[in-house]
Design a protein around this ligand. Structure first.
Ligand code: ATP
Ligand code: MG
Length: 319
């Protein structure tokens, strides 16, 4: 952590959620929100909240949704100096409704909102030159402005002796175009730490089966893999060491959105603050679990103290 903040690049948005389960938004329904959101924002918020220094690169509109996001990130302790406030375009948004089978309907306004309108600037350059770690969200690979900043930032951070983590954040079925697929491969190969969830592990490795995927990734020189398994907990793999397993905390899941990003923010921040993989895994496992107990993707993120209390008070699932 002494090398400088952990940074992340990408979409900042508000999320507005349907209160009822059902199909889409074709009739008037009760909504709740806006909630601060966007995978990179959730990650950086949780990172900062447990005491890791962290900064976000992205953009919001000059409106209340943007203000809400900036206020939240600032309150969490994040560096917002490289977030652009766009005078013309509104803050990104996502309306979300759960269907009865657990899948979701979305109405997105991201690509055509302020969320995508940022690039390399003096503020970005200053933050990148101070940064010690870059975290990349797979979702950012479909945003051209984020890709530009990431490709410029990575060599600068690596040259300073900094590190890279990558959350593939990609369902197995999704096929990228050739350029994006190449970027995806390059990021996997360059990552010191990989944070896949479920089958994203195999997607990232390009081979079937957990053991084979892990072996392949170590051959590609990935140094650490934190695998997210939802309500089944999480695991950490490192070359030459026994895998570490963390049983899930028993919680009442109110809203699963943001669990993976809170897990990642807590894991990266904990490791960078000097904690070992086992302790970092416990904290990250708690951060993900605690986050699903609140409605809103960033509402359940915890401070170090809150997570400590959560760990002490919450039962763990037996296998
Ligand atoms: P996201 O939907 O944010 O992309 P993800 O698929 O990347 O999430 P998950 O595996 O769903 O990540 O969640 C991350 C971590 O949060 C899990 O590994 C676990 O530690 C914790 N977690 C998530 N859901 C639950 C739950 N229902 N009960 C207990 N812990 C949970
Ligand atoms: Mg994920």
């Amino acid at each position: 952590d002494s090398l400088g903040p952990t940074i992340c690049v990408g979409e900042i948005l508000v999320e507005i959620m349907a209160r009822s389960v059902g199909d889409g938004f074709r009739e008037p329904i009760d909504l709740v929100g806006p909630f601060a959101s966007g995978a990179p924002a959730i990650f950086i918020g949780q990172c900062a909240k447990i005491g890791g220094s962290a900064g976000l690169i992205g953009a919001v509109g000059r409106d209340d949704f943007g203000r809400l996001n900036l206020d939240r990130l600032k309150a969490d302790g994040a560096d917002i100096s490289a977030i652009v406030v766009d005078d013309l375009y509104p803050t990104g948004s996502a309306f979300v409704r759960y269907r009865s089978d657990g899948s979701r309907d979305f109405v997105y306004n991201i690509a055509t909102s302020a969320a995508a309108r940022f690039g390399w600037s003096e503020a970005v350059e200053t933050l990148v030159h101070r940064a010690g770690h870059l975290h990349v969200m797979g979702s950012a690979l479909s945003m051209g402005s984020a890709v530009d900043v990431i490709e410029r930032a990575l060599p600068i951070i690596k040259a300073r002796g900094g590190s890279l983590s990558f959350d593939p954040n990609l369902r197995k079925e999704i096929v990228y175009d050739a350029d994006t697929e190449r970027r995806f491969r390059d990021l996997v190969a360059a990552a010191d730490l990989l944070l896949p969830s479920g089958e994203e592990l195999e997607r990232a490795a390009g081979v079937e089966g957990e053991d084979a995927a892990i072996r392949r990734l170590f051959e590609m020189d990935v140094k650490e893999i934190a695998l997210k398994c939802g309500a089944a907990g999480a695991k950490v793999f490192r070359p030459g060491a026994a895998p570490i397993f963390a049983a899930a905390f028993v919680v009442d899941e109110i809203d699963p959105t943001g669990a993976g990003d809170c897990f990642g923010g807590a894991y990266v921040a904990s490791r960078r603050l000097g904690l070992g993989p086992e302790e970092a895994l416990t904290i990250a496992n708690a951060a993900g679990a605690r986050n699903v107990t609140r409605q809103g993707p960033m509402e359940g993120a915890g401070t170090r103290e809150e997570l400590g209390r959560f760990i002490a008070e919450t039962a763990r699932r037996s296998r």
